[in-house]
Design a binder for this molecule. Sequence first.
Ligand code: KG4
Ligand code: ZN
Length: 342
Amino acid sequence: MPQTTLLALETSCDETGVALLRRTGDDRITVLAEALASQTNIHALTGGVIPEVAAREHVSVLPPLLKQVFTAANITGQDLDAIAVTIGPGLQPALAVGVNAARALAYAWHKPLIPVHHLEGHIYSALLMGEVLFPALALIVSGGHTQLIAMRHHLDYEVMGTTRDDAAGEAFDKVARLLGLPYPGGPALANLARQGDAAAFAFPRPMLTAPHLDFSFSGLKTAVLYAWRAIPAVAQESAKADIAASFQQAVVDTLVGKTKQALVQMPPCVLLLAGGVAANHLLRERLEATAAESGIPLRIAPQALCGDNAVMIGQAGFFAYEGGRRTTESAIDAQARVDIAQ
Ligand code: KG4
Ligand code: ZN
């Protein structure tokens, strides 16, 4: 049975991901081995990701992670068909570590490279959760991105809406920081919100009624800042959970509202949800309800693949490879800003 074996690398932000995947003739993708090193503890010290610090950490952990996955899978570089790597978007110094490692390995092992867009990885992590159907509509929500993307075929993307300022995850992180929650703020804020009253504060639902599908979360963040400052210091502690719940509700209402608008504009056969914020329980519940109402199947990336990882880069990598997207070590480059549709 013909099979394809890929090495996949992901270093776009603060997770170093390495994975070995195999696709057999029956289209099944098996993860032979994977490793993920999170830099959360390091960035918690500064309350955010410093690109050069992230890059240095990728440099130090990539070699042991590579050794770990090849040992676990019991294969060598010669068994690979190609190397898939995230080329962007992301932090330039961080991306460059993964791309340069992939370049060196491709050169040493005489293997082609597959450049993968980071959001393709997130999309495929949800798309492959069931029968692959097109057209598909994907809501990608992460620390760096908030996009509604339509797919009519494999590897064919149309950005229907994007954020004009902060990404949804970024807004979660900034509000969490304002409330003094530990880094990374998104999950901490979501946890706190469980104990709060989502109707306690009337925060805006930015651009919800606008005729386009773009998002904007910076005004909402400022509204939370003003509301927080208006609360006397002694009462802030007891208001925290209500602020968290009301903010989360505003973000989720906006994401779900815009997705509903997109479903009308481009009725898909399947709805996809992926990216770090896809781990949010309220967003999952609300999107599940929306999908059920519309009679459209919803595929959510598995919890373990919501955050950045190399498995998703390999999953997208198989389809890119089969679609003929192969390049060489001299032609590949890390690109901090790159559109998924080109
Ligand atoms: O996809 P990801 O790991 O990295 C990027 O590509 O940006 O997403 C990380 C983002 C962070 O902003 C984090 O706070 C957010 O996802 N996040 C959450 C939750 N879990 C992670 N936001 C809200 N609720 C959560 N449960
Ligand atoms: Zn991501």
